[in-house]
Design a protein. Sequence first.
Length: 345
Amino acid sequence: METYKQIKNPDSGKYIYIDGTTYKKLLEKYNEDVLLSQHRYVDLNEDVLREILSHADIQSVFQLCQVNKTLCLQQDDLFRHIYDRFYHQTGMAVFKTAKMTWFQLLKLCYQLSRLLILPSLKNYTMNALYTMTRLYLPGSKIKVLPPEIGQLSALQYLYLSNNQLSALPHEIGQMSALKELDLSSNQLSVLPSEIGQLGHLYYMDLSHNQLSALPPEIGQLGHLIYMDLSNNQLSALPPEIGQLSHLLTLYVSNNQLSALPPEIGQLSHLIHLNLYHNQLSALPPEIGHLSALQQLYLHHNQLSELPQEIGQLSELQTLNLSNNNLSSKFKNELKRQLPNTKITF
């Protein structure tokens, strides 16, 4: 299939079809804006695109059309080739979104990857951003998120792991459609209270940051089913954590917890609870209310005993208590209380 482009010839004023190579030559002769304002569509087949990408950077490809036009990429392996070239140039993975054209996605990711600090998003094509549903920018050396991030009202999946973020803008609370949020491996020391406005969020990974506390508004995330807070500097969990009634998985390992709030017993659907490598010396009796709990990891703490209510955990399959201060007498009693649980001392 021949690559073609329908434009109005500046010399004759008639519409003509030209291939990619010819169009590049016309760009050298005529003003780019003249050609771009006249063309109807671009259709690049795989062979020509490979040829262009073999000796041109991504920005040269962008010159072939504008965001408000259409770049037709009809084969999956065509995008894979662009992705491979783009990834090797920038080191950043990109994924197609449901409502963006390929060109809009590539243009956006190219602009973002060129910067260590994101400028105002108003400098980009906002029509593309308004409809974007997924944004994956892990390991992109991003230091600051602009307030305009809140304008991504359709965004459902935001992955910004392995960057250099030290704070989040308050406007993050405006991203009302957000379902998954991965901010792991950054430098966050505090969360804005507006995080509680993400009412549709069901997955949140905040592991490997520098958080010393959580805002009470965390309890407003009523749809949350997975939360990873491991490898932070948390000394306590807010009582409001008990409001996360749909939570199935909670990781708080490798922190500085010395106690748990009694409200943790309200997490009636919790299945996985990781609390290892903390400074816990006791557990609240309410731990026995976790009727769905199947896995409980408490190793590397300072526990000398557990409340009697631990025996109420009838669904518990795995309990790790290694590297604590439990007596032999207590260990034997615990085995009697939980005969169907695999216990590691």
